[in-house]
Design a protein around this ligand. Sequence first.
Ligand code: HEM
Length: 470
Amino acid sequence: MLLVMLAGLLAMSLTWIYFHLSKDRGYIEGLGLPLDKPNFVLGSSPLLPHQHVIHEVYMKKVRELGKTYVGYDNAQPILVTIDPNLIKAVTITHFENFSETIAFKIEPKVTTLDVAGGMVWQVLRKNMSPTFSSGKLKGMMEPISGISAFTLETISQSAFGFKSNAFYTKDSELLKHGVEAFSSFVTDSLPKSLEYVVLLHFPALFSYISIFPPAYYKLYDVTTNIMKQRSDQGIKKKDFLARLQELLEEIKNNPDGEVGKYLTEEHVTAQGAIFFLAGFETTANTLSTLCYNLAKHPEIQDKVREEITNVVNECDGRIDYDSVQGMKYLEACIHENLRMYPPATLHIRQCTKDTEIAPGLVIKKGMRVDFPIYTSHHNPEFFPEPETFDPERFMPENEKNIKNLTYRPFGGGPRFCIGQRFALIEMKMAVAKLLTNYQISTSPQTHLKFDKGSPFMLSYPELVLRINKP
Ligand code: HEM
């Protein structure tokens, strides 16, 4: 009897799971677009992400199915496209119906701008954007122009106003939390793959299980502690944290104003982690792959060094916010490197209202649209000979040949990367300093091989290069 009851219960559970997972099936199949066939009820994405380099999966699918296709990411129906017209329609023209990036609710303490939605995103974005204006950026870069700065050091000094010593010691607290927060999203083992697949098939579980690792909360505490220290000691700065402190004051003094109405103190403090979560890995990653490309192309490296030396000589030996503006070839090298190795390989939008994005092509509420960045950048129709490192593509006289929204290392539309200008200046300063003092070359151990299981970041285990005094 017990066995019969158990078998009945199992059958009912399996039927419920089947109907739950297939409830959104049927619509996309009628759109007349190529279908990335799902694995029974389990979606079209790789079932064990830890066995795949995700950007290569998108490359293969676009090769087989074309620039636009539909499928299921776990249970969610998705449209995947690298067609610039559709990207424009979703990220710009109909932005109001595609302004969100994630489909589940998260607590304010971990709601950084990149995952915020609705009015919280709007008010945060509006109030954080002025921090990234030219004047503010120039001020933020001043503290680092005198040191041998690399990304974390730049970030901790310009955003948080203190030396992390991350560049000198591997034990830095900040470096540890920053790296941990990022690596937690890499599905590098079978148990992690299974956890990821189960959670994405049943996103309601996100309300009970936090996907954010302890490192996220530690970065929150670091932000709280620095802000407290500043107000206790009356320290006044002009950096990113100072802007967050202003917003906290605004919430306190004017709870019915726009900021007070939509944001809590936790929302504001959570933004302290932005530079680490959205900015540190991306810039560090780009600097490493750029060094790799420059090591593999010594003639290009010499040409950049010559430009840097000329500009620096004209600017009384200064490598700072102003002098790097004149380094056009260096900028072209950075862009070409971001094309070949975009650190974020994908950006996405959730549909919040049925919308016709092209004649007869209606995206339904609840669907997601994926824009694989790496795949756009390696499409020979957009970038001839995509595997060749050719900075000339991005020199001012050639930039007109690049079709809008085919090059998107920083995403697109009103939700494009808020740190784009910060990142470009920071990277130019870092490379200018490095190449002024050192020669980079390959060694027999130099190779670039990408990690499996990283959902949207171009990560690799290590990159060995030789760095010598010329
Ligand atoms: C090489 C460096 C960087 C790259 C390649 C990069 C790339 C991106 C991409 C692809 C997006 C998604 C945009 C979209 O959905 O359309 C993004 C968003 C974002 N990035 Fe960056 N990023 C970089 C550096 C930075 C830095 C230095 C910061 C912070 C100072 C930063 C902060 C952000 C934030 C806050 C968002 C979310 C914006 C929003 O949703 O409103 N990023 N970034």
